[in-house]
Design a protein around this ligand. Structure first.
Ligand SMILES: Nc1ncnc2c1ncn2[C@@H]1O[C@H](COP(=O)(O)OP(=O)(O)O)[C@@H](O)[C@H]1O
Ligand SMILES: [Mg+2]
Length: 262
């Protein structure tokens, strides 16, 4: 830490000295007259990973849709890097470096890998997008002209998550990235997410595969029935909270739960 960073931390509360990459203040949102999210507040420190966990139907995807601008909140505020974006459109948030890797991958199965990458590229630099893709997922580089629908599930997820890297977005939301994937592929995807995090990208991971997300995260928020019921560090999630809200455990395709730690 530099001398000036040290002294500024001494002179003010350390947390408030850093502008969060993302801040949600008292967000409520839903569909039509149905309120799904109620009074959600949290922040994401720059370059950190927040895991948003909770039972099916809790409102996790609705939260991400609200954060990227697909749903207008009925109350509250959203700030990206200190700037209020609550009333902006998704493309305006994309310009600020906000990127969603959606549930179900959001790739075009009948288009080729190359065409999908072109659509991912916000700045239109297809050559760089392909270079960056090949660097991290060489298998995709060998399948550039193949229809995305012919890729394996793991390769389709690689194609989905690479959008979180090719344009260097500042803030990435990832919805259920390990859904339906084998453990080895999940490892590869999580290594990739760790890499972009170390390079400074701020991440919000929505996951059913609770253990993996907890291991990767700096902070955790658990939501249930649209409300935040826990916020803290992964190590602070007590057994009772875990059993009450997070019993979903691992994705259905895996049975690699360790039988004992030591
Ligand atoms: N497009 C929609 N229209 C109306 N209700 C929806 C829609 N999408 C989700 N919901 C409802 O919102 C609640 C939260 O769903 P969702 O955000 O998908 O939860 P999660 O991602 O945590 O499983 C659920 O009750 C769901 O039925
Ligand atoms: Mg969901």
């Amino acid at each position: 830490m530099s001398q000036s960073a040290l002294s500024s931390a001494e002179h003010s509360d350390e947390k408030s000295a850093v502008t969060p990459a993302l801040e949600a203040r008292n967000l409520s949102a839903g569909y039509g007259k149905t309120t799904v999210l109620r009074d959600i507040s949290f922040s994401v420190a720059p370059g950190s990973i927040l895991a948003v966990l909770g039972p099916n139907g809790a409102g996790k995807t609705t939260l991400l849709r609200t954060l990227i601008g697909l749903i207008r909140p009925s109350t509250g505020e959203i700030l990206v890097n200190g700037r209020a974006v609550t009333n902006t459109k998704p493309y305006q948030r994309r310009k600020l470096g906000v990127c969603l890797v959606p549930e179900g991958r959001g790739i075009y199965r009948s288009l080729t890998v190359r065409e999908n990458l072109r659509l991912h590229t916000w700045r239109g630099n297809e050559k760089e997008a392909i270079e960056r893709t090949v660097e991290h997922f060489p298998i995709l580089g060998r399948k550039l002209n193949q229809a995305a629908g012919l890729l394996s599930g793991g390769q389709q997820q690689m194609l989905a998550v690479i959008r979180a890297y090719i344009d260097n977005p500042a803030l990435v939301f990832v919805d259920e990235v390990s859904m339906g994937l084998a453990p080895l592929v999940i490892d590869e995807i999580y290594e990739f997410l760790g890499m972009i995090s170390r390079e400074g990208t701020s991440l919000v991971l929505v996951e059913q595969y609770v253990h993996r997300a907890l291991a990767a995260a700096d902070q955790v928020m658990i939501i249930s029935r649209g409300q935040s019921v826990f916020k803290g560090a992964p190590g602070e999630v007590g057994d009772e909270v875990f059993a009450h809200y997070l019993d979903a455990g691992a994705p259905s395709t895996t049975d690699d739960t360790p039988s004992g730690e030591d």
